[in-house]
Design a protein around this ligand. Structure first.
Ligand code: PMV
Length: 338
């Protein structure tokens, strides 16, 4: 079924990005984009993607704008493949115009695929005229990016890996809403631009070549259990310790790949050392790092200001953002970027 002549259907959604406190690194099924283990994340308060999708019968191909400009071909292709999933599901053939905007620099290497695909899944299905149940929406978002289902929910979120071959039991669940516990996450941006290697390629390289991969997989469920209990008990030290150790284990297994995957710059290491210096001096804060050079620092809200000053003074740090727990994805009436 195509659209009726002149038919246009539109919807907008926004989603915050999330930071994994217990990391996801490795897939059990690449085609279905199923994670090999669970993960546990915090949805942030303000780093956000807003996306408007318009299915338009007059278009002869999909069009995509990112931050007010034509999206790079790789991004446009990935988005087009995702729209194909939605079209197939709904039974339409209309092309779409996608206008997406991040309120943080897209090329900075800050995670945008989680918020991007959460917002796109929500806006595209609504624009296509369907209101999906949560498991179907989460499954769709996961096909875009493994961390995207976590951004559908607010606060502290556990991604359950599931065990079924079709992945229907691989779903995010909210451990606690954003109002449960006010903690701060500082994001120390350090200059470097876009990622050199995509996370799917990097995870597959790790799975196939790192001798530590099996041990890594074995270590994750215990970390999730500790993190979940720490969140429920609002135990900052326990959550910080498990988050920091999950981060370094993820980077250790990736460093063990051939060729080695090193996501850090010198500035990354300098920020880690700065945070550890604060800790030695009695200010308790913990680091986590994803597949890029930026360090995220978990802190108590009352310590955020002092940490911000210390971290911003590390040579090479270009910007420090202070985030809090934030809400899940939602349909909005606004235009992309507003
Ligand atoms: O969502 P992806 O496929 O870009 O993978 C995310 C991987 C990490 O950010 C490094 C860890 C995580 O759990 O978010």
């Amino acid at each position: 079924m195509g659209g009726r002549p002149g038919e246009m259907r539109t919807a907008s959604a926004d989603a915050r990005t999330n930071i994994a406190l217990v990391k996801y690194w490795g897939k059990r099924d690449r085609a279905l984009n199923l994670p090999a283990t669970g993960s546990l994340s915090l949805t942030l308060s303000s780093l956000r993607t807003t996306t408007r999708v318009t299915f338009d019968e007059t278009l002869d191909r999909d069009e995509m704008d990112l931050d007010g400009q034509e999206a790079p071909p790789a991004v446009a292709q990935r988005t087009g493949r995702f729209l194909d999933l939605v079209r197939r599901k709904v039974g339409i053939t209309m092309h779409a115009r996608v206008e997406s905007a991040n309120n943080f620099p897209t090329a900075s290497g800050l995670a945008s695929s989680a918020s991007g695909f959460a917002a796109l899944a929500l806006a595209a299905t609504r624009a296509a005229g369907i209101e999906m149940d949560f498991p179907s929406l989460a499954t769709l978002a996961r096909l875009g990016s493994g961390s995207a289902p976590r951004s559908l929910l607010g606060g502290f979120v556990e991604m359950r890996p599931g065990a079924l071959p079709d992945g229907s039991d691989c779903l995010p669940v909210q451990v606690a809403p954003e109002t449960h516990w006010d903690i701060a996450i500082l994001v120390a941006v350090n200059g470097a631009a876009t990622k050199e290697i995509g996370s799917t390629t990097a995870m597959e390289l790790t799975r196939l070549t790192s001798p530590y991969y099996r041990e890594w997989l074995r270590s994750v469920p215990g970390d999730i259990e500790v993190a979940r209990q720490a969140v429920l008990a609002r135990d900052f030290s326990a959550l910080g310790q498990v988050a920091e150790s999950s981060c370094f284990r993820m980077h250790a297994v990736a460093l063990g790949a051939t060729p080695p995957l090193l996501f850090w710059t010198g500035v990354t290491v300098d920020v880690v050392r700065k945070v550890w210096e604060f800790r030695r001096n009695g200010l308790e804060a913990y680091v986590t790092i994803d597949a890029g050079p930026h360090v995220k620092v978990l802190a108590r809200p009352q310590d955020a200001e002092e940490l911000l000053r210390g971290i911003a003074a590390v040579p090479g740090v270009t910007r420090v953002l202070v985030e809090r727990p934030g809400p899940g994805a939602r349909i909005t009436d606004g235009r992309a970027g507003q």
